[in-house]
Design a protein around this ligand. Structure first.
Ligand code: AMO
Length: 443
């Protein structure tokens, strides 16, 4: 027998009306054993749900009954039997076993509660993530993340974007300001990439026209906050013959599509998390940076001037202001000072102090940033120099601007922040399987 035959169905696939006398095999974890003397219930849990295995002492083989009573929680079993409708049991049926095969017994006591009845600290949960994932609420988060990425792929593919993968081991920085993780690459120093930025732009010169990438980015940021990771997942796009407004439209439509798909395809998991998801309305408000700092100055003690970055307090203040006015959590801050945006952001021709750039915000934090890019070689070289970087290190990138580079634009959105804000998670680590932060390198 092949191992796949240990299971004919997932627990949620069994319909007692349709199945009749047909034999059913389920495989999974022993979630709970309730021994009431004359009757014993074993709750089997698999990835998609639960099933009640019912053993009535008088009606069943004595040996099987005694075996079931002694099953240790979280052991792996395969149960074969017939089903009976039972309104009070999960999925509306109970499984009357003919055989129960113990495939791998769990040790006892368990390192962590998996029923969700006992609250555990985030750190404890992350230390034993394999146990934590067996909790309904933790599992739900990653089912939703799966739907998010599925929807992103569908949306971008349907809009003509090609999926690409670019190197994570690189020789240069792109996002000045945030530090790099150095690594040893044979006899040279290399770094873990902060963003696919340079590569996705090179692909525009290569005629790929519209590309996207979903991949890891590495940021050696020292701060330990609830919304920063040192390894994150970035969803990046780059598109030729588009300006910043064109790609903002793609971004807001994508976010609305993702919410709609999650609502449709992950309804059960939203329910497990007690979330009533509201699909954001498009188009999102586009607030110029100059107005954004006025809002901060009018409502807080901060006195921001042109060229200042936005603090967390500033972001919260603007987010609340927009929410009070529009009832929407998503909005853009556009037209940032050129001096605080990376070298690749294109300044307006008639007012070079301002760049064709944007951040897409959620009420409490930045979700994405993007821009129309500098596509003129000489201007790009000057901007690299002006930011104190050495253009020689960028030669592989710069030269692609000399032989036919179309005007283009793009953005990057953090997958974890997208999921975090969608679910109202307190801490970004909640929505990452194995977070990498200042303190955490294992598991
Ligand atoms: P930026 O540096 O703003 O832009 O990053 C884009 C988005 O990626 C997410 N992100 C992070 N999430 C968690 N922890 C971090 N340390 C972290 N750093 C970034 C955020 C952020 O908004 N090359 C540009 C994008 C572009 O212009 O196309 C870039 O990397 O959600």
């Amino acid at each position: 027998m092949s191992l796949a035959e240990l299971r004919t169905h997932y627990s949620t696939q069994v319909n007692p009306e349709e199945i009749g006398d047909e034999k059913v095999s389920l495989a999974g974890w022993v979630h709970e054993v309730r021994d009431l003397g004359g009757i014993c219930f074993v709750v089997l849990r698999d990835r998609d749900g639960r099933a009640q295995v019912t053993l009535v002492k008088k009606k069943i083989d004595r040996e099987l009954f005694n075996f079931a009573r002694k099953l240790i929680r979280e052991s792996i079993i395969s149960v074969t039997g017939t089903v009976k409708p039972e309104a009070k049991a999960p999925n509306g049926y109970e499984l009357i076993p003919e055989t129960i095969e113990l495939l791998n017994e769990a040790e006892s006591p368990l390192p962590m509660d998996t029923t969700g009845k006992v609250d555990a600290e985030l750190d404890t949960r992350l230390d034993s993530r394999y146990m934590d994932l067996r909790r309904e609420k933790s599992h739900a988060v990653f089912r939703i993340r799966h739907e998010v990425l599925n929807a992103v792929r569908t949306f971008l593919s349907n809009n003509g974007f090609l999926e690409t993968s670019t190197p994570k081991v690189v020789a240069t920085a792109t996002e000045g300001g945030t530090a790099l993780f150095p690594i040893t690459y044979f006899d040279r120093e290399a770094f873990l990439n902060q963003s696919p930025q340079l590569f996705k732009q090179i692909l525009m010169s290569g005629g790929m026209d519209r590309v996207f990438e979903i991949g890891p980015i590495f940021r050696a940021e020292e701060h330990d906050t609830r919304r920063h990771l040192n390894e994150a997942t970035s969803i990046d796009i780059e598109a030729s013959f588009m300006d910043h407004f064109d790609v903002m439209e793609i971004l807001e439509e994508m976010v609305a599509f993702v919410y709609t798909e999650v609502k449709k395809n992950a309804a059960q998991f939203l329910e497990d998390l007690e979330i009533d998801l509201q699909v954001p309305k498009t188009p999102f408000l586009k607030l110029p940076y100059s107005e954004a700092i006025e809002i901060v100055n009018a409502n807080t003690d901060e006195k921001l001037t042109w060229g200042d970055d936005l603090s967390t307090l500033a972001e919260h203040t603007i987010g609340q202001h927009v929410f009070d006015k529009t009832g929407e959590e998503h909005y853009f801050i556009i037209d940032w000072p050129s001096e605080i945006k990376p070298f690749y952001a294109l300044p307006y021709e008639n007012d070079p102090e301002i760049s064709k750039s944007f951040d897409m915000m959620h009420r409490t934090m930045e979700l994405s940033s993007g821009a129309q890019r500098v596509h003129q070689h000489d201007l790009l070289k000057t901007r690299i120099e002006n930011q104190g970087l050495d253009p020689d290190g960028f030669e592989f990138y710069l030269k692609t601007f000399r032989y036919g580079m179309p005007p283009h634009a793009g953005w990057g959105i953090g997958c974890e922040r997208l999921v975090m804000t969608m679910l109202g998670a307190e801490n970004i680590r909640d929505v990452v399987l194995f977070p990498r932060d200042r303190k955490r390198l294992s598991p």
